[in-house]
Design a protein. Structure first.
Length: 241
């Protein structure tokens, strides 16, 4: 009886090992379609997450990504290369951008404009949606006050704007200035928008939902030169048309 028991025990053990090996071969095989491990410190993909809560649209700091004052001073050749597409060296704009690069060696006009375009799109959408939380992160106090007054007024009238940004045709730096340890960069945006405002009944009270308009905006962004915060804020706006 003991020998029979030992034989059956041995058979079950062998069978268990075989099953385990076969399951491991199937369940442990990577197909390339697995979801990556969750990392709470990884920023969500922008296309999926939009502008998640607590996220600020950062205008790029430039080639090094380091705060001002931590980089070796750029060479004149490097400065000329950065300015090449955006301003001539001896023009007023070229001289002011050169001065900005010297005090903040990470500043790059091209990368700045890339970030400014993203900020423009987000701010236009947030204003249309009345998204105060996003606007607070991207606007200076004076501009925020003006935007919120406009939002409150239209909400008081029961109106809801709908804005579709078709595209940004051009974005050019017009001016750059350093004042009281603040850097100011003014950008001219030429964009195409579909804009319409509807009342509480859904009727159009302003704009045309079928018409694309060309809009020119002049926006000024600012940030502290010595700040470790890479984010620029919109501190002044002007509509050119």
């Amino acid at each position: 009886m003991s020998e029979v028991f030992d034989i059956y025990t041995l058979l079950f053990l062998v069978l268990a090992v075989v099953i385990f090996i076969r399951l491991r071969g199937v369940l442990g095989r990577r197909t390339g379609n697995e979801r990556p491990p969750y990392d709470p410190y990884t920023r969500p993909d922008a296309k999926q997450a939009g502008t998640p809560e607590g996220t600020v649209v950062a205008l790029p700091r430039g080639r090094t990504g380091k705060p001002a004052g931590e980089n070796a001073g750029p060479t004149q050749e490097d400065i000329d290369e950065r300015l090449e597409r955006y301003a001539t060296k001896d023009s007023p704009l070229g001289k002011s951008l050169t001065a900005l690069i010297k005090v903040d060696p990470s500043f790059d006009p091209g990368q700045f404009l890339d970030g400014a375009k993203v900020a423009y799109e987000v701010i236009v959408g947030a204003f249309a949606d009345g998204d105060e939380k996003t606007l607070k992160q991207l606007l200076g106090d004076d501009v925020l006050d003006g935007f919120m007054r406009a939002i409150d007024e239209r909400e008081g009238r029961g109106e809801q704007p709908q804005t579709t940004l078709v595209g940004i045709d051009k974005a050019d730096i017009l001016e750059a200035e350093i004042k009281d340890k603040q850097a100011f960069v003014t950008v001219k945006f030429v964009s195409e928008l579909i804009s319409v405002t509807r009342d509480g009944e859904g009727d159009v009270v302003d704009g045309d939902p079928t018409k694309v308009r060309e809009v020119t905006d002049i926006w000024t962004f600012a940030r502290g030169i010595d700040s470790r915060n890479p984010n620029w804020k919109l501190v002044a706006t002007e509509a050119a048309n």
